[in-house]
Design a protein around this ligand. Structure first.
Ligand code: NDP
Length: 327
């Protein structure tokens, strides 16, 4: 059988990650990268990968089985996903949790109209964590679900500290509070406040002459971002920032703690420990792109999420092989 032809839409962190993930999946082929920037500006990992301007995408309809959208959730995906779902099978990683129902409705309308399969909000959260929250609730109806994130670099919080007057650069890590995690794992189903679940750690480079105490104060009191957390601010040099904080680690765990009878506590835990958040997210997108291709071939059109996909559709192996090897 011929490989699944993938078009990558947007070439940032996820775009590069998708390129790397496709290289690990022989049943898939990177047919082209599509960008809003001048194509010559992009340097794909494999110099043979064709890079096209976004304008040429529609003329390649029929040569692409699934698009993997790698744009940002804030400004790119809300318009790109519905526009492209009218013409192509696709997948995105839209992660603005509160706006998923609205995004779903727009993409569903476009995909129903175009008879395409469009899977939104794949990745790890939303994505793999969502599946594990569903499993926990369904298997242990009498219980509580806990999601902890980290240790991980938060792009949004890092951007927020970089905007503080006097700050030349910086990063923010979200860290689960170990005592809270242990309490949850013990099965006692604690009620935890925001502050009790996570703490925040900032590494900040000051501008010349900036007042360190004033910068620290502005950060720890910043509404929504830091005021509800215990936040530690460490001042470092520009060299240290570049040397020690260039990676994008992340991860976390979903824990469901429940009872099946008064005596029997049951605890389920799913854990991710990621050196590279974008590379892992891209790996999830590529596996789900395979499922999208199969669902489209089966005529299952419209907008989908990871909650709608049968696990066997993710695997390159046949159903018979999966039954023999994994059950
Ligand atoms: P980037 O900012 O790296 O890339 C987003 C887009 O910006 C690209 O598609 C690209 O489009 C453009 N771009 C990238 N680099 C440049 C540049 N140097 N100059 C100008 N434009 C550039 O975002 P990420 O890939 O890191 O993340 C994308 C989204 O993935 C995030 O917004 C997040 O919401 C989501 N995500 C979801 C997760 C999940 O678990 N569901 C986990 C992690 C991320 P173009 O080539 O067209 O210019």
């Amino acid at each position: 059988t011929s490989p699944i032809r993938i078009g990558v839409i947007g070439y940032g962190n996820l775009g590069r990650g998708v390129e790397a993930a496709i290289a690990l999946n022989p049943d898939m082929q990177l047919a082209g990268i599509y960008t809003r920037r001048p194509p010559a500006q992009l340097k794909p990992g494999n110099a043979d990968t064709p890079v096209y301007a976004m304008d040429s995408l529609l003329s390649h309809k029929g040569q692409l089985d699934v698009l993997i959208l790698c744009g940002g959730s804030k400004d790119d995906l809300p318009s790109q996903t519905p526009e492209l779902a009218a013409h192509f099978n696709l997948i995105d990683s839209f992660d603005t949790h509160a706006r998923i129902p609205e995004h779903f409705a727009k993409v569903d309308q476009a995909a129903q109209g175009g008879q395409t399969t469009a899977l939104i909000s794949a990745g790890w959260d939303p994505g793999m964590f969502s599946i594990n929250r569903l499993m926990g609730e369904a298997l242990l109806p009498d219980g509580a679900t806990y999601t902890f994130w980290g240790k991980g670099l938060s792009q949004g919080h890092s951007d927020a500290i970089r905007r503080v007057p006097g700050v030349a650069g910086g990063v923010q890590y979200t860290i689960p509070v170990e005592a809270a995690v242990e309490k949850v794992r013990s099965g006692v189903r604690p009620e935890l406040s925001t502050r009790e679940k996570h703490r925040r750690q900032c590494f900040v480079v000051l501008q010349d002459g900036a007042d360190a105490d004033a910068v620290r104060q502005t950060i720890v009191e910043m509404p929504h971002y830091f005021d509800e957390y215990d936040t530690a601010v460490h001042f470092i040099s520009a060299e240290e920032l570049a040397r020690d904080h260039g990676a994008m680690p992340h991860g976390g765990f979903v824990i469901r703690s429940g009872n099946t009878s008064a005596q029997s506590k049951q605890v389920i835990e799913y854990r991710l420990q990621l050196d590279s958040n974008p590379e892992f997210t891209s790996s999830v997108l590529v596996a789900y792109a395979r499922a999208v291709h199969r669902m489209a071939q089966a005529g299952q059109y419209g907008c989908k999420t990871v909650l709608d996909v049968a696990p066997s559709l993710l695997s390159p192996k046949s159903a018979a092989q999966l039954r023999a090897e994994l059950l």
